[in-house]
Design a protein around this ligand. Sequence first.
Ligand code: GRF
Length: 184
Amino acid sequence: KKIAILASGNGSNAEEIINYFKHNPKVEVACIASNKPEAYVLERAKNHEIHHFSFTKKEMEEGILEKTFQELKIDLVVLAGFLIKVPDGLLHLYPERIINIHPALLPKFGGKGMYGLHVHRAVKEKGEKETGITIHYVNEKYDEGRIIFQEKVEVEEKDSPEEIAQKVHALEHKYFPKVIESLL
Ligand code: GRF
C-alpha cells in the first residue's frame, strides 16, 4: 500500500510515520507534498529519499495533487499538520481515504484557526482537565469528518500551552503510525 503525506510545517509526525514503515515491505511512504516550499518536512523527505515537492495554491486548484497521487497509485492520503483546505477534487477521488490528525479532543477545539499552540492555549484558558488527539476522516468541513481514533492525556493546572503541546505531540507520535497501519 502506498501513502502520501501532506504537511505544511515541521513534519515530526511525518518522520514518525516514515520510520515506522521503513522496514515494512507492504507499506511505502511514496510521496510528501507541502504548500510551503520552506517547510522542514520536505527536508525530511529528502533525507529519506522520498519523492517530494511543494505546490502553489494555483497548482493545487488546477489538480496537481489529484494528478500526482493517481500517477503514483496512492492508497491513503495522510494530513500531518496540513494547514490549508484539501481541494474538492481530492476528496472525491479518495472518499474515506484521506485522514487528518488534530491535537485536541474533537469536536472540542476544532475549526478554522484552531491549530498548533492556538489549540493548547484555548484548552488551558478553558481550564480543561484533559486533552488529547483525534484522528479523523477528512471531509469538506474543517475537523468535522468521522472520528477514527481518540486518545486522552491529563492536563495539570500548572501546565503551560507549550507543555500541553509536548504531551499531545508524544501521543501523536505514539499512535498515528499505528492507526494508519490499522486502516491499511
Ligand atoms: C500536529 O500537532 C498535528 O496535530 C497538527 O499539526 C501538528 C503537526 O506537527 N495538525 P508536526 O509538523 O508533525 O511536527
